[in-house]
Design a protein around this ligand. Sequence first.
Ligand SMILES: Nc1ncnc2c1ncn2[C@@H]1O[C@H](COP(=O)(O)OP(=O)(O)O)[C@@H](O)[C@H]1O
Ligand SMILES: [Mg+2]
Length: 361
Amino acid sequence: MLHLVQTPPGTRAETLPGERAGIEAARLAAIEQYGILDTAPEPAFDRITALAADIFSTPIAILGFIGAGHVFFKSHHGLDATQANRGDDPAAPVMMPWLRAEFTNGFHASVPLHDPDGYELGTLCVIDRRSRQVDEQQIRRLRVLGGIATDLLAMRLAARRALAQAEITSSEVDHRAMNSLQFVASLLQLQSRASGSSEVTQQLRAAANRVLSVARVHRTFSTQETAGRVPIAAHLRRLCEELSTSIGGEIRLEGADEFDVPKEQVLPIGLIVNELVTNARKHAGDPITITFHRLAGSECELCVLDEGPGLSGGFDVAATAGLGLGMKVVHALAAQLLGKFTAHPNPVGRGSCFKVVFPVA
Ligand SMILES: Nc1ncnc2c1ncn2[C@@H]1O[C@H](COP(=O)(O)OP(=O)(O)O)[C@@H](O)[C@H]1O
Ligand SMILES: [Mg+2]
């Protein structure tokens, strides 16, 4: 015998077939915003099914959420199955056909889980393979557990909304930081033009470019849903275009692997490229090539190559003493990336290759 706690009539049962499609679309939109369908098990939901099974002394308890064509088992205590086909009778519990097929002559008690607008999001049920009696107190407790599951969902939704809001705020802050830094860079550029000394002009321009590199990073953060990581090839591609405009010539990005790096690594990477490309322009000229590859393990390799005169015999990039500001900056940034900065002859036979190898988390 199948004992059933009747689902209270909800929106699904009260409507005409024509209206149902619209309501179902709204219901699906409602469940989607929780981001719960087809997700990994979570201990908080598993505790609810464990307690439900305990209250009824049943071997099985399921907490299911209703998708478009299936009921997804967020928690399936005492059962391997992870989903069930959804019934389409609006007057019957959504898992009814599956329960009838899987547990003929068994027992099943369920409570529906509704959101504050009355949409049926899911169901909490206890199942046995043999028939049995239940009392009012057990049913009351099952309803309370269903309420706890809905409360968890509400908290989850609030957290998701807070996160989305934080992302918007953070992107606004990045946008403002970018504007301010671009303004500072423009001031430095103006000042560089006003200076009578070519050395001062050059230094001020270099400073303006460093500030612009930082501004670019804020622009990337403000325009992308970063979720803590940034697709680095796209960032480098834009950086190359902008560097071509600001320091002239063509800067090629070759074979950059598409992968994400943690947000914190984007600023040092951008500043390193700025320094090395500026040097290549100043000490070597066209062509300038940047490569960025993933190595075996978790390391990556960033190279800036030119075909200029190459490094003079006595030049040692590892001996930080006696290096110019640019090289010191690259050393410091490579250390910040927990990486290693080295200089080599360009494999094409002329010019140099500056390389930073660092781990990507
Ligand atoms: N691409 C390059 N080709 C040849 N020599 C370079 C290159 N980059 C750097 N160097 C050498 O390294 C020195 C130190 O560079 P850096 O610290 O950036 O100082 P700066 O560029 O102000 O001279 C340069 O003066 C130059 O002699
Ligand atoms: Mg330099």
